[in-house]
Structures are given as structure tokens and as C-alpha cells.
Design a protein around this ligand. Sequence first.
Ligand SMILES: C[S@@+](CC[C@H](N)C(=O)[O-])C[C@H]1O[C@@H](n2cnc3c(N)ncnc32)[C@H](O)[C@@H]1O
Length: 368
Amino acid sequence: MQIVLAYIKFLLRSTNQHGVHSPFVYNLVTKCFYDRKKYPSYAILKDYRKSLLKDKRKLYIKDFGAGSRIFKSEEREVSKMAKNVGIPPNRARLLNRLVRYLEVDRALELGTSLGLGTAAMAAGNKVKITTIEGCPETATVAKEKFKEFGFENIQLKLGKFEDLLEDRGNQNPKSQIPNSNPNKTENRELTTDNSQPATGNRQQERNSKFQIPNPKTGETVNPKPTTENSQPATGHRQQEKKSKTQIPNSNSTPTDNSQLTTHNRLTDGADLQSVPNPFSILNTKYSLLYIDGNHQKEATLSFFEKLLPTVHNDSVMIFDDIHWSAGMEEAWEEIKTHPQVRVTIDTFQWGLVFFRREQEKEHFIIRI
Ligand SMILES: C[S@@+](CC[C@H](N)C(=O)[O-])C[C@H]1O[C@@H](n2cnc3c(N)ncnc32)[C@H](O)[C@@H]1O
């Protein structure tokens, strides 16, 4: 109901390019938003979606966000997820155009899911993408598809946004802010990357009893790449855990997709980059940041704040589902008032944020 009211309000207040006086926004709307040309990259997006829509595998979903209004169960079919959760085709084409129009060289996505949005950014574009997903099975399918479609410019990181974006001051030479809670225990046991110096928290992790030495480097890493957090295993989940230990994986690259129903089989053999390495994420400048994960007010505001140091004058942040709930609308209003924010565009589904210092602060509501 809230979303219907929000949409009516949006329709009453929105406009097209007419009445837009900012040349930057006018050009963006007319040359990118309303660009009706059919680009060859759209065929790739279509094929990517098609391949997911015929994938009948069932995934065990680890949900970190605001939950799903569509799915009630933790087990979901890839095809149904592609239909209901991923970016819709028209938005995917717009994202594809945006990357091209804004000449995006580096992009960050929070919330890979099956990679529909990531593929939209990558197809036909010269862009390096870092994308983060917390659900191991979902990430595994995305990774598989990126390979299948030859997307070599995508780095998929498996982990919780909150962990990966944590400001671990003692690792970042630019930041003098110490970690506010050095004793916090985190989901960091997934690390396989030992490129960072072991100091502070990381050193503590290495001393943890769960760690085993890495035979190649001699450094300690944890035994299992998993994002399982401290939630107690109950019901279905408990059974899942039992079955994981009981059924040995005989075939990590099965040919019959319909047979893939267990967590164990799907994630085995995956070479996901399961490395919470906030240094590399927060120490990079992105031209486009697509925030499409946890659709809740506090989380959205926190991601916005954390990612601010990673933007430059010509970056755009795109927030998905800004009218999804009252909380998301509040988050959007708060983001608009931030002093670093100059131009915002509300397209109903997305909120686009620009930081161009040369622009007057101005907020647009545009129908696409
Ligand atoms: C709406 S889907 C992303 C859709 C995708 N961007 C697209 O364009 O098709 C949101 C994804 O974010 C992941 N996610 C949500 N909250 C997360 C968190 N806190 N940490 C890691 N992943 C999270 C979910 O597992 C889910 O796959």
C-alpha cells in the first residue's frame, strides 16, 4: 500500500526533460535515460537472463537484507530468483547505457545476487567491477555465469557488506581512526588472501583457534570459505548442516542442473574471492556505485557514509528501491540533504546521487 501511494505521489511530481535547466541533467535524461537505440550489448543481457530463467537448480539462500516479499522459503529456484529478485530488463539496459554514457571506469555493486545487474554494467563496456554478495550459493551461480559469458572484468567478493566495508583504520594508511570495537568477533574466517600486513584485528584473527596454516605461504588461514555467521542452526538449517557433513561431494561440476539441490554440491569447487579485504574496497575510487542489497534505512545510510570516501567529483551512486518502504524514503531524504550531495534524480525505482561540485544543489524527479 505504501508503495502504491508513493508511486501516485511520484507520478504527480515527476517530469521529463522539459523544465530541466541543468545542462548536465538535461543531457543525461535525453541522451541516456531516453536513448531508444538498440545496442548490441542488449543481446548479451537477454541471453544472460535467458540462461538463468531456464536454470532449475535450487539454492539455499542466506538472507541478509530486509527479507523478501516474494519468497517465504530459504530454498529458491534460480529461475524464480531471476524473475523476481534481479534487476528487470529495462533497468538492466539503462544501467548498461549509464556505464557507457558516464564513461565509468570502475564500479562497485553491493548485492550481486545472480549477477544480472553486474552483467548489465559489464556487457560491451570497458569497466572494472567489484561486486559483493553475502549468500554463498547465489554468488556461486553468479560466478559461474560470469565465466560462461566471458566477463573477465568482474571481481566477485563473497562476504557481508557490513564486514567488507568496515573501516579498519589500522589497515588503511589514509585513516587514523581506530576500530571502535577491536574485540568484535566477525565473519572473517573466510580469508584466503594474505596480501595485507597482519596487524591489529587481522593479527588477532590469525591467532584464532580456527585457523590452519596455509601450506603455500606459511600464513594462517581459516579452514573453510563460508559466510555462515553466529545464527543458531535450527530446523531446515540444522538438517542442512547435518547433510553437509554426511553426503560427500562426488561431482563438483555436475552436468544435470536439476539435480543440484544441496548447498554442499553447489559451493564446492567454487573459487570465489571470499576475502574480506576492506583495504582494497574502501581504498579505491569508483565512478559508479550501485547499492542494491540491504533495503533498510539504517543500512542504506551507513553504506552511503562508508562509501563517500570512495567517490570522486564525477561519481554517481545509485540506490535501488528508494520508495520500497517508509524507512527507505527517509533514508533517501537524508541522503539528499548531505552537504557533499549536489544533484539527485529520483526515477522511482532508483535514486541517483551526483557529487559534482560545480553544480547547484538540485533535486529532480524524472519519469523513465
Ligand atoms: C536485490 S538483490 C541484488 C540484485 C542485483 N543487484 C541485480 O541487479 O540483479 C540483493 C542481494 O544482496 C545480498 N545482500 C543483502 N544484504 C547483504 C549484506 N548485508 N551483505 C551481503 N550481501 C547482502 C542478498 O543476498 C541478495 O542477493
